[in-house]
Design a protein around this ligand. Structure first.
Ligand code: SF4
Length: 397
């Protein structure tokens, strides 16, 4: 499994797979072929289907500027390896190809060449499943945070500190913002309004909604957020963690530990399943964010290893089958509201698990496998192509 640094990334929204990933790829390609007179980017499958709403073309051109960039939209070509494929070409002055690179944006801003994903190369952690991690913890009398500190980079807790700060900023800036979210949906922000209601009713769920909306609206507007595990689901973890910090008085240190636990859940899914909406639908984005957040809350509230695992399992299990169907390809409807619901559901999942002794029949590892299988069985129109589901309601608008 990879480091938590590969999971939590600070960057601009609105989409980790459609903007952050292509940006990384374009940047690396530019460094490889700085002598190119111009570039061409072929976008395949979901990258082409929702690339415009997700600003894929914009970010590629911006990364490769001042050189000219031709974008070739090929949503009719869906690569078998992953639906978010792209081929970059470097061209000389006569438009001859001097180099090309086929690369995939596999979710959460991670890019991989064919066959290289989860190859085990550069693995930070020696284990691959949550079951193996729990066994390690039990044998060594440790908890999940100890596990992260043992195997991840030495400076991982400092890194999580920068992640916490960036998440907090996205919430604060989102609460202060009032402008309409860019795009033809003309969507009005809601976070500030929800927070004003919290000031009156002082109910935790209102606070959770307002914080989750704030970070999600920042993402939808293209501002800086943290992938957790993706841009589209960037509101769930900040929503619940900062609401609980304020409402129940957790310390900064406890929030960092909670982020470590949540991160562990995220990297297990990245290893054995997927966090790509184009591959497995929204169950891999908001569903996984909910599982991560549920584990973090159960940890904060003193849950055992099994209760934490159960909380994560509940968080994911009850998002099984959730489609990815963004209207016009914008990460706005249903995404923003879905983050608020995901944050609240994480709270419920944790509380439910904590009411038990941690015994349960379906393990987290099993539900990751089921989620992955369910996602791959979904028709393409439900996997970030904006051709079905809620997106359909906007066809004629
Ligand atoms: S519906 Fe879910 S998976 Fe799809 S773009 Fe929105 S947040 Fe991402």
């Amino acid at each position: 499994m990879e480091s938590l640094k590969e999971l939590y990334k600070v960057g601009n929204g609105p989409s980790s797979s459609h903007t952050m990933g292509p940006q990384r790829a374009a940047d690396q390609f530019k460094n490889k072929y700085p002598e190119a007179a111009s570039y061409r980017a072929h976008l395949y499958g979901s990258l082409a289907a929702t690339g415009e709403g997700h600003l894929t073309d914009y970010i590629i051109k911006k990364t490769l500027e001042p050189k000219e960039v031709e974008i070739v939209w090929r949503e009719d070509i869906v690569k078998e390896y992953h639906p978010n494929g792209m081929m970059l070409e470097a061209l000389d002055e006569n438009k001859n190809v001097i180099g090309d690179w086929t690369i995939y944006s596999v979710g959460g801003g991670t890019i991989a060449e064919e066959g290289m994903r989860n190859s085990g190369e550069n693995a930070t952690y020696p284990h691959s499943t949550l079951e193996e991690i729990i066994t390690w913890c039990e044998q060594n009398n440790k908890n999940f945070v100890d596990y992260v500190k043992t195997y991840d980079d030495q400076d991982i807790m400092d890194y999580l500190g920068t992640i916490k700060d960036a998440m907090q900023r996205s919430v604060e800036e989102g609460l202060a913002a009032t402008e309409v979210i860019p795009g033809k949906l003309n969507l009005q922000r809601k976070a500030k309004f929800f927070h004003e209601q919290y000031e009156k009713n002082k109910q935790l769920n209102t606070l959770i909604y307002s914080y989750a909306l704030a970070a999600s609206e920042q993402n939808a507007s293209g501002y800086v957020i943290v992938t957790a595990p993706t841009c589209g689901s960037a509101g769930v973890i900040p929503g619940i963690l900062f609401a609980l910090k304020e409402y129940e008085g957790y310390s900064d240190e406890q929030i960092l530990d909670a982020l470590a636990v949540a991160g562990l859940i995220g990297i297990v899914v990245k290893k054995n399943g997927s966090v790509s909406g184009a591959e497995v639908g929204c169950q891999g984005e908001v569903g996984v964010a909910c599982a991560m957040a549920a584990a973090a809350i159960a940890f904060l509230k003193g849950g055992s290893l099994r209760q934490i695992e159960y909380a994560a399992e509940i968080g994911l299990e009850h998002h099984l089958g959730m489609t990815c169907d963004p209207a016009y390809g914008y990460v706005q409807i249903p995404c923003i509201e879905r983050n608020a619901m995901g944050a609240q559901r994480a709270f419920d999942a944790a509380n439910y698990a904590l009411l038990t002794n941690g015994e349960h029949h379906v393990t987290f590892d099993q539900i990751v496998e089921i989620m992955d299988e369910t996602g791959r069985d979904m028709m393409d129109k439900y996997r970030e192509t904006s051709k079905g589901g809620i997106a359909k309601l906007f066809f004629t608008c």
